[in-house]
Design a protein around this ligand. Structure first.
Ligand SMILES: Nc1ncnc2c1ncn2[C@@H]1O[C@H](COP(=O)(O)OP(=O)(O)O)[C@@H](O)[C@H]1O
Ligand SMILES: Nc1ccn([C@H]2C[C@H](O)[C@@H](COP(=O)(O)OP(=O)(O)O)O2)c(=O)n1
Length: 228
């Protein structure tokens, strides 16, 4: 793992991690780990199988044996995600699934079950890792760690526009409450809580455009990863 350059991006929901990570991975031609998707899929699997979200061992067993396939889309089309053979690409990104993910993510046995699977993504020529504990737990040696934030209001607004453009019937006030509840659960949990690593660069993206965030992180990458 140590010879693989890694950029770890952590932060709360809607801060722009996914967008930034995809742009960075494309820019460098590196691999991408969407760790949140693994927690989302675990939450969905528990929901499908009627397993209580606090049944730690049963949920961890699901996490260990996730039957998932990522099928690259045709030109310009998004990757399809199949859970147990069913296309769950749409359901994966809903707020309901985000909430399920945040609930199973408090369970230590689930986090342990997903740890090695995440580390296996560290492959040459490099990895951009998106999550909550990339810099603090999963890739502690990453030479560049970014903790990306934005005000809860701005994050809710971003999510509102994103879901609205997909045709979802959403309400801004409800989204803000959901984001705040998820922030609280993710930050206050005992294991791998959402917090900046001691050596992370904190970047508040409130009022910054997507391109501006990318340029700032690119500049940091050139400093911290001199081989780039
Ligand atoms: N800096 C930014 N300014 C405005 N909108 C942004 C910014 N970064 C991301 N977005 C938009 O906000 C929404 C949520 O971003 P996303 O990358 O999914 O966040 P996260 O992965 O942190 O939850 C997306 O629609 C994205 O296009
Ligand atoms: N490394 C990670 C990634 C996600 N999680 C949990 C906590 C999050 O609320 C959920 C969903 O994460 P995800 O990054 O997909 O969600 P957002 O796109 O930021 O809304 O999973 C985690 O505990 N650790």
């Amino acid at each position: 793992m140590s010879n693989v350059p890694i950029i770890a991006i952590d932060g709360p929901s809607g801060s722009g991690k996914g967008t930034l990570c995809q742009t960075l991975a494309r820019h460098f031609g590196w691999h991408l780990l969407d760790s949140g998707a693994l927690y989302r899929l675990t939450g969905m699997a528990a929901d499908r199988h009627g397993i209580a979200l606090n049944d730690e061992l049963a949920v961890a067993e699901l996490a260990k044996n996730l039957d998932v396939q990522f099928v690259p889309g045709a030109d310009g089309e998004p990757t399809l995600v199949l859970l147990e053979g069913d296309d769950v690409s749409g359901e994966l990104r809903t707020e309901k699934t985000g909430l399920l993910a945040s609930k199973v993510a408090v369970l230590g046995a689930v986090r342990d079950a997903l740890l090695q699977r995440q580390r296996d993504f560290a492959q040459l020529p490099g990895l951009v890792a998106d999550g909550r504990d990339m810099g603090t737990v999963v890739f502690t040696d990453a030479p560049l760690k970014i903790f990306l934030t934005a005000s809860a209001e701005e994050r809710a607004e971003r999510r509102y526009k994103q879901l609205k453009s997909k045709g979802d019937n959403v309400n801004l006030a409800t989204l803000l409450m959901e984001i705040q509840a998820r922030d609280k659960r993710d930050s206050e949990r005992e294991l791998a809580p959402l917090k900046p690593a001691a050596d992370a660069i904190q970047l508040d993206s409130s009022g910054l455009g997507i391109e501006e965030v990318f340029e700032r992180v690119l500049a940091e990458a050139k400093i911290r990863l001199p081989s780039l």
